[in-house]
Design a protein around this ligand. Structure first.
Ligand code: HEM
Length: 428
């Protein structure tokens, strides 16, 4: 239907952005499209706070600027974070090795590693591994359970919460959210007692420093304080499910296309040598591996319609009038499968991302992190995780899948591979 179209979903008109150009005009050039949909869905998903679902405005911009700075201060986008990711990749390989030739559930293992990375970045230690209760909560966030599915329905039809069945789901969802926030708050209190202002150890220490800086303005300080636990929870929510789903998709495609797996392993072996450790600096030398990762991001974007945006006022784009409060979705799936951009878009073909000399070609039409004022805050971390986890896994194991391979996946919060049992054979 072209780069911009309106579809009616229930009682709502939804604007779909169907090309990079349309997304660029709306999301990069104009602040009018940077809001999130109305408060009831935010209430269900995030209790009305955090970064991901809060309305656009000075407070969001401040949170985002600070969130980005704090993530960078602790290594995102720089070499400093590499040892943490590498350590978690190593632990993942060790856990997988324990299964021997037995099939195991890959998602749980990857999920644990990805949440451990966030935990080390945010808390300075691995709460996910150390605290079983916390790990259970993190896992509960993504499980395809009744609570998650019905909470999703409530976000779009909030009036249902007055029906007894849904009000119970609403209550349980809130209870879960508060429990998680309370264990994060315990960590924050410990940080407050043990921190050194001059040497912030992690994201929370930086957050507390920032809070003190704005102490002159009591209101801002108070707002920071009530928000810190929710911002931390948002980082777990936004950063774990997405990255672990993408990693699992990569392994699943490698199982389905063993010749691609072999080729990628050859490249990894050649660049890393026999005992080599994957490093971001070596990515330049691994065009085929990067092409595989980019092709899987194209084939299975984990947020196929991104996260909903909403217009802040009546506005215009590409000559169309768009009313205030219109929900806006970026059709990432559509752009990634557009026949005008990709030859045979439903075929898995990593070579399409290589030029005639075998060099990797980065494409602006790969929109897995979306673009603009609300684009993914953790994309540099995610890219590092995807590269280091995938290359470590391929270096150590050959993967195959047990039984039929379901390549469609299931759509929960993200588009995940259906729960799958894989066998990892240790490589020489
Ligand atoms: C493969 C992994 C990931 C994918 C595909 C992904 C994708 C996305 C997408 C599509 C959005 C919505 C953008 C929009 O509304 O325009 C988003 C937002 C966000 N992501 Fe990610 N993400 C990933 C990993 C991460 C990680 C590792 C973190 C942080 C630790 C993170 C933090 C966030 C935050 C905080 C937002 C909200 C930004 C805002 O509303 O201003 N994401 N992500």
């Amino acid at each position: 239907y072209g780069p911009v179209c309106m579809v009616r979903l229930g009682f709502k008109d939804i604007l779909l952005l169907g090309s990079y150009e349309a997304a660029h005009e709306a999301l990069v050039k104009s602040p009018d499209f940077a809001n999130r949909p109305p408060a009831h869905s935010i209430e269900v998903i995030a209790g009305g706070k955090g970064i991901v679902m809060i309305p656009f405005g000075p407070f969001h911009q401040e949170q985002r600027r600070f969130g980005l700075n704090a993530l960078r201060e602790h290594g995102m986008g720089r070499r400093a974070l590499e040892p943490t990711v590498h350590l978690c990749a190593q632990e993942l390989c060790e856990r997988i090795e324990e299964y021997g030739s037995k099939p195991f559930n890959l998602d749980n293992e990857v999920y644990q590693s990805v949440s451990s990375i966030i935990s080390r970045l945010v808390f300075g230690h691995d709460v996910v591994q150390e605290n079983l209760e916390f790990r259970k909560m993190i896992f509960q966030m993504i499980e395809p359970n009744k609570l998650n599915i019905l909470a999703g329905i409530l976000a779009f039809a909030p009036y249902l919460k007055h029906l007894p069945f849904f009000s119970e789901i609403h209550r349980k969802n809130k209870e879960f959210r508060l429990k998680m926030e309370s264990s994060i708050r315990k960590e924050i209190e410990e940080h407050m007692e043990t921190r050194d202002r001059k040497e912030p150890r992690d994201y929370i220490d930086s957050f507390l420093n920032e809070m003190e800086k704005s102490n002159q303005n009591q209101l801002i300080a108070m707002v920071y304080f009530t928000y810190i636990d929710v911002v931390v929870r948002d980082l777990f929510m936004a950063g774990t499910d997405t990255t672990s789903s993408t990693t699992c998709w990569i392994i699943l495609f490698l199982c389905r296309y063993p010749e691609v797996q072999r080729k990628m392993q050859e490249e990894v072996d050649q660049v890393l040598g026999s005992n080599g450790v994957p490093k971001m600096a070596l990515a330049e030398k691994m065009p085929y591996t990067r092409a595989v990762i980019q092709e899987i991001a194209r084939m299975r974007p984990t947020l196929p319609l991104s996260v909903p945006h909403c217009t802040t006022q009546d506005t215009m784009m590409m000559g169309y009038k768009i009313p205030k409060d219109t929900i806006v979705l970026t059709n990432i799936w559509g752009i990634h499968h557009d026949e005008k951009l990709w030859k045979n878009p439903y075929d898995f073909n990593p070579e399409r991302h290589l030029d005639s000399n075998g060099n990797f070609v980065k494409s602006s039409n790969i929109m897995q992190f979306n673009i603009g004022l609300r684009s993914c805050l953790g994309q540099q971390l995610a890219k590092m995780e995807l590269f280091l986890l995938t290359t470590s896994l391929c270096r150590h194991f050959s993967f195959s899948v047990v039984g039929e391979v379901d390549m469609e996946g299931e759509s929960m919060v993200t588009l995940r591979p259906c729960s799958m049992e894989v066998v990892a054979t240790k490589r020489a």
